[in-house]
Design a protein around this ligand. Structure first.
Ligand SMILES: *Cc1c(COP(=O)(O)O)cnc(C)c1O
Length: 418
């Protein structure tokens, strides 16, 4: 591997980084190379974002050394006075930000949060109704390769073949037919808002719990740019690292009546010691998300996605549901003569990083992209039009797109040096 001279700053103090480079040049090169990679192209993965230097500072703090099994005021380890403070602040900020009675900020990831939500509400073998994986359901929504598909009897709902929208009559009919113990709403690639009130009514009709897996849109909810599932769902599962722009991790929100069951489902049922450095970083992110700058950011993320969606449509791509209300776009590049995996490869060669995903029709794979990271970099509508044009040019193999992508990315560094 080549040595990268790009300095890792200001996310790691220069002196600390130089010490790391002397001790372990191989890993120092990895860190520097990754930072250069992130800054040198367009990060269009819908689930990614750039955390602030403050979040990274909390992540890189000595709280990483602390063992803290249990909850504030009732830990199995000594010396938890600062760990308790960090978690109390994180929980207070989360409940205030999302208007929920209770928050659990310990899940190590979004999947861990979903596992704990199921553990709080279900017994092995129970029936669960969730979006089918070919339509955008997550692995934790019943994949046979995941604990969810192994331990529960999942039934999948789909989308209308014409519109690409969730068919609520189908969801209601499946609920009446299968009498699930829980209904899950939420997806990895559905670019519209779930109708939480409709899901609540269907759940009430059959006496099911409603679990909202809001891993993707929770950051938009924090910024007031998407409807909140909190008033409707029994448990809301979320990540903290997608649009919400915090550290990699998960979170659960619920009412007071389920608080104790949710807490016990996280610890001791599915996890051990809390990751206190991550919880401190979650608190920092919740603090950031509470301010007016984040509200403006969340709305700009959606505006940018709409502009990018319009540009990609004008360039000839087909978008599922015909557009987006969120940060996320699901596109079929077939009209440009390329399939999803080929498109992803051409875009990567041009410096545009994104995922392939299932499309809700046929068995071709499409592309999933999002505007959370590029919006954090400060890009706006004009840049989205530029990205859409470069995107289509890369798919068609026109011109030297790589240089233009690098030039655009270079004007919006994710971590501007002082
Ligand atoms: C991202 C995501 C998850 C899982 O998050 P991880 O942190 O990767 O475990 C779960 N559900 C949905 C809908 C997601 O989008």
């Amino acid at each position: 591997m080549t040595t990268v001279s790009h300095p890792v700053r200001p996310t790691v103090a220069a002196a600390d980084f130089e010490a790391l480079r002397r001790q372990d040049p191989a890993i120092a090169d990895v860190l520097a190379g990754e930072q250069a990679r992130q800054a040198g192209g367009l990060q269009l993965i819908a689930a990614e974002n750039f955390t602030s230097p403050a979040v990274l500072a909390a992540l890189g703090s000595p709280l990483a050394n602390k063992y803290a099994e249990g909850y504030p005021g009732r830990r199995h380890h000594g010396g938890c006075e600062y760990a308790d403070l960090a978690e109390r602040i994180a929980v207070e900020r989360a409940t205030a930000l999302f208007g929920s009675e209770h928050a659990n900020v310990q899940p190590h990831s979004g999947s861990s949060a979903v596992l704990a939500a199921y553990a709080a509400l279900l017994r092995p073998g129970d029936t669960v109704l969730a979006m089918g994986l070919p339509y955008g359901g997550h692995l934790t929504h019943g994949s046979p390769a995941n604990f969810s598909g192994r331990w529960f009897a999942f039934v999948g709902y789909g989308v209308d073949a014409e519109s690409g929208l969730i068919d609520y009559e189908q969801v209601a009919a499946l609920a009446r037919q299968h009498r699930p113990k829980a209904i899950v709403c939420g997806s990895i690639s559905y670019p519209r808002h779930p109708d939480y009130a409709a899901f609540r009514a269907i759940a009430d009709d059959v006496g099911a719990y409603l679990v909202a897996d809001a891993a993707h849109p929770i950051g938009l909810v924090a910024g007031g740019a998407a409807p909140s599932p909190v008033p409707y769902a029994d448990i809301v599962c979320a990540t903290t690292h997608k649009v919400l722009r915090g550290p990699r991790g998960g979170m659960l929100l619920c009412g007071a009546a389920l608080a104790e069951r949710v807490d016990r489902a996280v610890f001791p049922f599915t996890q051990g010691g809390a990751q206190m450095h991550t919880i401190a970083a979650k608190a920092v992110a919740f603090g950031e998300a509470s301010g007016p700058a984040f509200t403006a950011y969340a709305h700009q993320v959606v505006t940018n996605a709409r502009v990018l969606a319009r540009t990609l449509t004008a360039e000839g791509l087909t978008l599922t549901t015909g557009g987006t209300d969120t940060h996320l776009i699901t596109a079929d590049p077939a009209p440009l003569g390329v399939d999803g995996p080929t498109a992803r490869g051409r875009l990567a060669a041009a410096g545009m990083v994104l995922d392939t995903c299932a499309l809700p029709y046929g068995d071709q794979r499409g592309l999933r992209l999002g505007t959370a990271a590029v919006t954090t970099q400060g890009m706006g509508a004009a840049e989205m039009e530029r990205i859409g044009t470069l995107f289509a040019a890369a798919l068609r193999g026109d011109g030297d797109v790589r240089a233009e992508v690098a030039e655009l990315a270079g004007r919006f560094p994710p971590y501007p040096s002082e």
